[in-house]
Structures are given as C-alpha cells and as structure tokens.
Design a protein around this ligand. Structure first.
Ligand code: FAD
Length: 435
C-alpha cells in the first residue's frame, strides 16, 4: 500500500491558509515533562493549556498540524456534545448535564478569548448558528428549546417559520432554534494559530513525526518515532479516528467515521440570496443533518453525511445532490472542491477525557461536535497534570467502551441507515398530512 500523504487534503481551508509554515520532523532523542501525541485541536489545546501553565511540552504529529478532522470541518463552534442533550440527561441526569454544558459553554468563550489574545487570523468569524427544523411541528421545536434552556441554560431562541423562510428560501424548512453564542470560523487557521501560540510559550511541535510505539511501563515514559524518541513524565494521546493500534484500550474504544464537505463555485449576490439570505451557519434537526454556511465571496461551504466509508469516489455529486434537495434553485451550481474527513467517535458519543494509568492521559472521541469540546478536554487534562485538578473525572461515566472492532463501523452505519429511514418515514407522513 502506498504511504498515506503527509500533506494537507485539498480543501477550502488549505486554499485559504493564513501561512504555510512547516515544522521539522523529530530527529534524535529529546526530553520533556509532557509528550502530547496528535496535532489536531485536542492535542494542541492540551499542549497550549500545559504551556500556559509553564510545563515543558513536546507535541508529535504524524502529518501536519490540523491535518485531520480539525483542519477539514464545518467550522461551527458551539456548546454541547455529539450525543445530544436528551441522551446526556438520560445517562447522567440534570445536575451533571448542567455542569458539563457549563464547561462546554466556557470552552466556547475560551476559544473566542484565545483568538483575540493570540491574534489568530481565522476569519471569517460569523456569530450565530441556526438549527432549522425539517418537520412541520413548531411545538416540538419550542419544547426542545424550553428543555435546553431550563435544564442546561443555553440561551436558545425560537425563530418562527416566517422568519426562517425570509433567511433561507427552502421548502424544507419550518421553525428554528437559534444559538446566538455559537459562531463559525476558519478551523485550520485557528488550529495552526493555537500551535503557534503554544510554541511562543515554549512548546516544541514536530510534524511528519508519527509515533510508532510507546513504552508506558516505567515512571519515565518512552515514545518512539522513525528517527527519534521522547522521554517524558506524562504522555497524552490525542489521535482520534487515526489512532489505529497505537494503544489498545484507546484504539478499541474508537470508531473512525467519515463525513464530508463541499465548497461550491462563487455565486453572484442575487443568486446566493435566492437561497441563502443570512450569514449564519445552518444545521437541521434530522439525524443526518446538513451543515453549511455562506462565505463572504458567495461560495457555500456545505457539509453533511456520516458514513463508514471515509473517502467515497463520487463525493462532489453526492454533496451537490444534498444541496439541491434543500435548494432546488441551486441545482446547477458547480463544485469547486470536496473533501472527506474522519471523526473519532465513542459508542456513547461523548468525549473520552481521562487517565489510563498514572502519567498516561487521553483526550479523544470528540466525534462530530469537537471544536469546543477538544478545547475543554485540553484544559481539563492540562489542569489535571499541572495543578492536580480533578474535574476531568466528570467524564468518568463515559468510559472506553469497546467500539465493536472491525464490525463497529458497520454497526454505526446500520444505526445511521435506521435513523435516515426514520427521518424519511416521518417526512413521508408529513407529506401525506399536508396533501
Ligand atoms: C468533515 C467534518 C466536519 C466537521 N464539522 C464540525 C463542526 O462544524 N463543528 C464541530 O464542533 N465539529 C466538527 N467536526 C468534528 C471536529 O472536527 C472533531 O471533533 C475535532 O476536530 C477532533 O479533533 P482531534 O484533535 O480529536 O482529532 P483530529 O483533528 O483528527 O487530530 C488527530 C491527529 O492525530 C494525529 N495522529 C494520529 N495518530 C498519530 C500518531 N501515531 N502519531 C502522531 N500523530 C498521530 C493525526 O495525524 C491527526 O492530525 C467535523 C469533523 C469533520 C471530519
């Protein structure tokens, strides 16, 4: 098999990089207090959190900083978790759910603070995320908002369908829940900005440096790469959907799941407004949600789908088909580029943040909602290592459950198909009622 490329995938993000500074690969043996493995948002937030607390950190990344999901995503930043509020309430009850949401909300604030503090050029930064309902049931949307606002205090607004359809000219949409605090940004430039901030505080980051094996049995842990090694008191694994077999318990608890993004050609102002007439990010309330946002130059960044196939052949056509099903008036729009990404999921769809054994930590499993939770995990692990903070234990109920081995992604695919069919069934019944 040819070796996987260490270069960034062709995407909107790589076509608009703020800079392309490359870091060296690790050559030789180095010493550190903490070695972080994986240079996505989880690893970099951990490294920055540690560097801010004065710890000597080395971070090793197989390819480039932000090469994985962190540099390919929809760029939506908001509170909450991939499992959704209802599942979280069922699993841990209202009190712990409230605390977890409060922390995820604080991590959204921290991301904003870091953008300003470290002067990270990750625009366009656009405030506001809407979740539009495909279902003709305003009461259901109101109930969801009421539950979220009363149990976890997230400040969602109800937008009636008249307002929704003034902004988004789609026959699919009814009412919406609007998050004023959420925003969208350039996730790769942000990720790279966090790397630069960590380096300014003394962290050493090596790219094109895959960790091949580790010896975690001694007080001083050894991390081996092709042409070097790191000896450290603490190791933090942040490898997400790319962990392969590096550490058995973490790899076995990880489901690598694909999702995709398309960038359209630029549309004229009038053409864009004939469909998308608001700057906000949009998702919807189907299990298989689309997520998209217009860019200032009239292109649309359109994401969607969840699949066990992490790199399908006909990606542009699939995504253009999804776009046309929401906006038939854009059926002839062309693609500029489309790209896949791999997310690391746990079966419970909550982040896995914790301590495997003394001196061995993990921050992974952020799934499809990781922009804020990776920063949260980074802060929890960094403050646990540097200050003995025990808040990471709030994530203990979401353990390293076995993800099903090679069958796991098939099970996830079957669940996805089941939910897709449920969405289709509900929409069909809605069509009958309206006929
Ligand atoms: C297409 C797409 C759209 C998404 N949209 C959104 C969104 O809009 N909002 C949102 O909140 N979330 C979104 N997500 C999810 C979010 O991007 C992820 O949850 C988050 O980026 C995970 O960060 P991470 O650091 O855990 O993983 P990654 O960013 O994947 O980073 C893991 C890194 O570890 C490295 N690595 C792995 N093994 C090794 C090794 N042995 N040695 C060294 N390095 C190694 C990899 O090369 C990789 O760079 C999306 C994801 C995708 C794929």
């Amino acid at each position: 098999m040819p070796a996987a490329s260490t270069e960034y995938v062709d995407s909107y993000y790589t076509r608009s990089l703020a800079d392309d500074h490359k870091r060296p690969a690790l050559e030789g043996d180095v010493d550190a207090e903490v070695c972080v493995i994986g240079g996505g948002m989880a690893g970099l937030a951990t490294a920055l959190g540690l560097a801010e607390r004065g710890r000597k950190v080395v971070l090793l990344e197989s390819r480039r900083v932000g090469w994985g999901a962190s540099g390919r995503n929809g760029g939506f930043v908001s509170h909450g978790f991939a499992c959704g509020l209802a599942a979280l309430l069922r699993r841990v009850g209202p009190e712990r759910s409230r605390e977890l949401y409060r922390m995820s909300d604080a991590s959204v604030d921290l991301i904003r603070k870091r953008i300003a503090q470290y002067d990270i050029a990750c625009g366009p930064v656009t405030n506001g995320l809407a979740n539009c309902s495909w279902f003709d049931d305003a009461d259901a949307v109101k109930r969801r908002i009421e539950t979220a606002n009363t149990t976890v205090d997230v400040g969602l607004e109800f937008w009636p369908r008249k307002k929704v359809r003034e902004f988004w000219h789609s026959p699919r949409y009814f009412d919406a829940a609007f998050k004023t605090k959420g925003f969208s940004f350039h996730s790769l430039n942000f990720t790279r900005g966090i790397a630069r901030a960590a380096e300014c505080l003394g962290a050493r980051i090596y790219e094109e440096t895959a960790v091949l094996r580790t010896d975690l049995s001694q007080d001083r842990k050894r991390v081996k790469t092709r042409s070097g090694s790191v000896t450290a008191d603490q190791v933090v694994f942040c490898c997400s959907g790319y962990i392969d077999g590096l550490v058995g318990p973490l790899a076995r608890a990880t489901l690598p799941i694909g999702t995709y993004v398309l960038l359209t050609e630029p549309l004229s102002e009038n053409r864009l407004k004939s469909a998308v007439n608001a700057p906000y990010g949009v998702s919807d309330d189907r299990f298989a949600t689309d997520y998209y946002r217009p860019l200032p130059d009239g292109r649309i960044l359109w994401g969607g789908r969840i699949s066990r196939w992490t790199d399908p052949a006909n990606l542009e056509d699939l995504m253009l088909g999804d776009l046309a099903s929401v906006y038939p008036q854009l059926a002839d729009v062309k693609a500029e580029v489309a790209w896949p990404g791999t997310m690391g999921y746990a079966t419970h769809k909550m982040p896995q943040i914790g301590c495997l054994q003394p001196g061995v930590w993990y921050n992974q499993g952020h799934g499809g909602h990781g922009m804020a939770t990776t920063t949260l995990g980074g802060e929890l692990v960094a403050s646990a290592i540097a200050e003995g903070d025990e808040r990471y234990r709030l994530f203990e109920p979401f353990g390293l459950d076995w993800a099903g081995g090679p069958l796991g992604t098939w099970v996830a695919q079957a669940v996805y198909w089941k939910y897709e069919m449920t969405d289709a069934w509900n929409l069909w019944r809605q069509g009958l009622r309206q006929a």
